[in-house]
Ligand binder design. Structure first.
Ligand SMILES: [Fe+2]
Length: 306
């Protein structure tokens, strides 16, 4: 068990006032990745218990250039990126793509329900919550609450007037802020947090538990790693409409990276692979930070999937 702390990050994100809408159409998102090459190297070094000097010696790269990358000034050749990937046990193709600033993101296919990504600024970053509703519905189901009710209301879609349920991926300020305010404001009938978490106004939900709504179901997966109490949620259409499922991944993993392993790096990576292999390849991934992606894309390119 260990801890990957997060270093000082440069400001690189902005909040969006008007969230895009995902319905029966193909879309791609102009949202920056949560992590750059330096973030990934830093997380991988902590997982491996390597200092910058130790990684430099193992990969045949100067310590100063590793430090430059961590400070968002990467300048590695393709060969050096391959050596860094080998030294850290990372996916060579994905790390090389990140190093070139070209991490691939897929076009997202039509979903059998509507997804509103709610992107809210918190500190120097942006936290994502997601609202899922049947097409044309005025009520929905909310995944995470963002940093608080004011931030949430600023990006809330006008067409959704009430919330059937809230599911928290984990209890951190940027994802679960103001839960009780949200419950009161939107007349939430039920709020759920991961089993083992302490969150007011909510009940625990654990591995394999499923809740059914008129247009879709939500199944919880217990995925500790970033936090000891962390859930992912799989949203599947109630009827077989042929569209992909949606996986709310919280801070377990992002497009091109993983969350900081505040609880356990080994369990985080184990749960990353478990989730990617448990869902169909065309499943759309909705992470707690950064752009949406697909299971297939992350199985191919995520640096932490080898
Ligand atoms: Fe987060």
């Amino acid at each position: 068990m260990g801890r990957w702390g997060s270093g000082a990050k440069k400001q690189k994100h902005f909040a969006w006032a008007a969230p895009p809408l995902y319905a029966a159409r193909t879309v791609s998102e102009p949202v920056p990745l949560e992590d750059e090459l330096g973030d990934v190297l830093e997380k991988a070094m902590r997982r491996a218990g390597l200092s910058e000097e130790a990684l430099a010696a193992r990969a045949g790269v100067s310590t100063n250039r590793i430090l430059d990358a961590i400070n968002y000034r990467p300048d590695f050749s393709g060969v050096e990126l391959c050596r860094l990937a080998a030294a850290l046990g990372l996916n060579e193709i994905g790390l090389s793509a990140l190093g070139c600033g070209r991490y691939p993101l897929p076009s997202l296919k039509a979903l059998p329900f509507v997804v509103y990504p709610l992107r809210m600024r918190h500190g120097i970053g942006v936290a994502n919550a997601y609202l899922v509703a049947a097409a044309g519905a005025s009520r929905g189901v909310l995944f995470d609450t963002g940093p608080g009710i004011c931030a949430l209301e600023a990006v809330w879609p006008l067409s959704i007037r009430s919330v059937d349920a809230v599911f928290l991926t984990h209890v951190e300020t940027e994802h679960a802020g103001g839960l009780c305010d949200v419950v009161e404001r939107f007349g939430v009938r039920a709020a759920y947090c991961p089993a083992g978490a302490e969150a007011p106004c909510s009940a625990p939900i654990g591995e394999g538990e499923r809740k059914d709504f008129p247009a879709f179901s939500v199944t919880a997966f217990s995925t500790p790693g970033h936090a000891s109490a962390h859930n992912c949620y799989l949203v599947e259409a109630a009827k077989r409409t042929g569209g992909p499922a949606l996986l709310i991944s919280g801070d377990l993993f992002f497009a091109g990276s993983v969350g900081c392993a505040h609880y356990c790096p080994r369990q985080l990576v184990t749960n990353l692979r478990r989730m990617l292999e448990a869902v169909p390849r065309n499943t759309v991934i909705a992470p707690g930070h950064g752009p949406m992606t697909t299971a297939e894309n992350e199985l191919r390119y995520n640096p932490f999937v080898v």
